[in-house]
Each structure stands twice: as structure tokens, then as C-alpha cells.
Design a protein around this ligand. Sequence first.
Ligand SMILES: [Zn+2]
Ligand SMILES: [Zn+2]
Length: 297
Amino acid sequence: MSVRILEKDTITRQSADGFKPLIIGQPQTIFESRAARLRQLAKESFMADYLLLVGQITQVQANLTAAYQDKVQLQPQISEQMPLSVQHFEPENIWLDILNDLIEQLAPLVSDDIKTTLEQLNQQANDALVNYGKALRQGNFELVPAEQAIFIWAALNTFFSLLVANSRFEWQQEGNENLLHCPLCHSAPVASMVNDSGHRYLHCSLCEAQWNSIRAQCTQCGDSRQIKLASLEENDAQVRAETCDECQSYLKLMFLEKDHQLDAVADDLASLVLDVKLSETALLRSGFNPFLLPVLQ
Ligand SMILES: [Zn+2]
Ligand SMILES: [Zn+2]
């Protein structure tokens, strides 16, 4: 699996029906739509306060993408294999400036206990923050205080989404390797989404890229014999879990044709009850949503 970085002005390869193996959206639009979706979902959720907090964080991410739009650019000499993975890429310290601004803009909006967390985060030395950022990208979540992790991740998420949007990557899947990891930054997906033309894309939790993955095939082990769909209510629910009995894992699957406002991060959080139900089985969640870190601890 290799990634090509195109020269500016190169026309991206695209098949006649408009199918693209890799979709990279505009960060500001992604974060604004997500913030709106979180506010909407909060109206009918038992975890309304938390969804509203995540909505505030996401709205600040949207504001920061505008401020940092031209400041985050890809450096040359980058690996073709998972170019932005933790093994191959160390983000510039500008992500710490994004974190500072995030803290500053959020502080007047949040409750006293969240304000205390933001103050503690503000007092961390840069070296500690860089180590926390690396630990989160490596999946070593236990090394980072959960209540601080969501803000550190939000700053990294803002940085990587701009980096990817400001670069020109092209990717073509080869074989069944690394189905579950983003071809650009090697992070786990939050969930997968089926678009109007019936193609399924996995949505990256870190850089917001979406990569194609064929349907009815386990994204973790590649098996297609023991795939089932689970949902809480009716069979045609807009958020379901694709379960695999072969490797005992599941990843959420969302159907955009049922609601175009579905958002991987927001709707994954709001469907936490489905995870609770599946936690009663032997199945383990393969998707990663940073905003579930404090909820699951
Ligand atoms: Zn990614
Ligand atoms: Zn599997």
C-alpha cells in the first residue's frame, strides 16, 4: 500500500463514475458540520451536557482551521508508506500553538471543572505535551490523563486535518493489508460510512481522511463469511455495527442515504448505547473515538 504525493495542479485520478479511493474534505466544513450535528443530537440525548461540550470543542477547532489555514504545510521528503504515521512523521510544534489557542478560546465557554482541566493543561511543559501527543498517536492512552487527552487530541486533529487538506495525496488500495488503518496517518477509523452511491468509507479519527473499503468484509481481519449487522431498534437503523465472529470485533456503519447530517464522530458518540449492548457480548470495538476516552474510564 503506497501513497503518492502529487505535484500541485496535477489532476487527481478518478474513475468515470466519480469514485475516489481516498476522500479529503475541507477541515472547516467538517468541524462546523460536526459541531452543528452535536448540538442537534444533544437535544434528545441522555448525555446532552457532554455532547454540547464536544460541540464547543469542535466549533473552536472550526475557528482555528481558518486561523491556521496557511500555516500548516507538508514538508518535502516524506515516506510513501503511511507518510504521516507516528513512525515516519513528527508534527511541527505549531500544533502546540493550536493547543494554546484552543485552551484560550474554550476557557470562557466551559464549566468550572473543565476550566480547571484547561488550566492544568496550560501549565504542562511543551516536552510533556509532545510526549502525550506521541502516546495518543501510538494508542498508549493510559499514559495520558483522560480529561486532558481530548483537548490534546483535538489540537492534533486540527493540525493533521489541515496538513492533509493542504497536501495532495493519492492512494490506491493494494491487497487486504492494513484495512483498519488510515493510509496516510495510520490511525484507527472512528467508524465507517456508506455514501449515496453505496460505497463504504472508513473515517480517520486523526486526519479526517476517508478511505474506501469494500462492504460486508471485516475491516479488522478481512473475513467476509461471518459478518453481521447489529442495531438497537429496527433493521434499517441509520447507525449499525458491522460485527465479525471470526475476529470478534465490530465497527460502526452509518448510512448517509438515511440522513445526510450523519457525522462519524458525533453519531458514534450519540450511539454509545449500542456499544454498551455489544459490550455484553465477546465482541470488541475496533473503531477509535477520542471523545470516548473520558466516558469509558
Ligand atoms: Zn488519517
Ligand atoms: Zn474480523
